[in-house]
Ligand binder design. Structure first.
Ligand SMILES: C[S@@+](CC[C@H](N)C(=O)[O-])C[C@H]1O[C@@H](n2cnc3c(N)ncnc32)[C@H](O)[C@@H]1O
Length: 175
């Protein structure tokens, strides 16, 4: 079966095109940015708080189609001044790094709110959730936020048989 990351890409793919503006809200080593660039999009904004991770991904993927910032995604509205077609959040920690440096409930909720307002009508956003220790609270807070939104559709994709494993929230903005 496909991974949640693969499924997130499948969901996002139909809204990507040559002029598409995309956001990789948790850059890490850049797998979601790799995906966006493979679809020949116009621009990818990326956010990452860990300097070493940021520098090495910027070194690998920095080009005229990428716009990477070494700041938290909770500041994305200070850096993105245009509507966007697609956004991916891959919450949690950098797998081969310090697991204490992880996304946090309050900044994640703030970032998702900003992402929703940057998203175009018919734009799509995929949230890959990791409900491990601190991720449980984060996932709950994000779901509560999404339930209060009137201009989106949301689907949840999860493994029925395994507890606390990654799951997906798929969002499309409507009028
Ligand atoms: C699960 S990893 C992302 C994996 C990434 N998509 C990749 O291809 O490697 C989560 C990343 O989010 C970063 N992160 C944590 N808090 C953040 C924040 N507030 N803003 C942006 N990135 C953050 C972590 O440092 C980590 O690299």
């Amino acid at each position: 079966m496909k991974s949640m990351v693969d499924l997130s890409h499948e969901f996002i793919r139909p809204v990507l095109h040559k002029q598409a503006i995309c956001v990789d809200a948790t850059l890490g080593q850049g797998k979601d940015t790799d995906f966006f660039l493979s679809q020949n999009v116009h621009k990818v904004y990326g956010f990452e708080i860990q300097r070493d991770v940021f520098e090495s991904t910027k070194e690998r993927l920095g080009n005229q189609r990428t716009c990477f910032f070494h700041v938290g995604h909770e500041y994305m509205q200070d850096y993105i001044h245009e509507e966007v077609d697609a956004i991916i959040f891959n919450f949690g920690y950098f797998p081969s790094g310090d697991h204490d440096i992880t996304t946090q409930s309050s900044s994640s909720v703030s970032a998702v709110k900003q992402a929703l307002s940057l998203l175009k009508v018919k734009g799509r956003m995929a949230l890959v959730m990791y409900p491990h220790e601190s991720g449980v609270k984060e996932a709950k807070c994000i779901e509560e936020l999404l339930k209060t939104q009137e201009n989106i559709q949301v689907q949840k994709v999860q493994n029925l048989l395994v507890e606390h494993c990654p799951y997906l929230l798929l969002i499309e903005k409507r009028r």
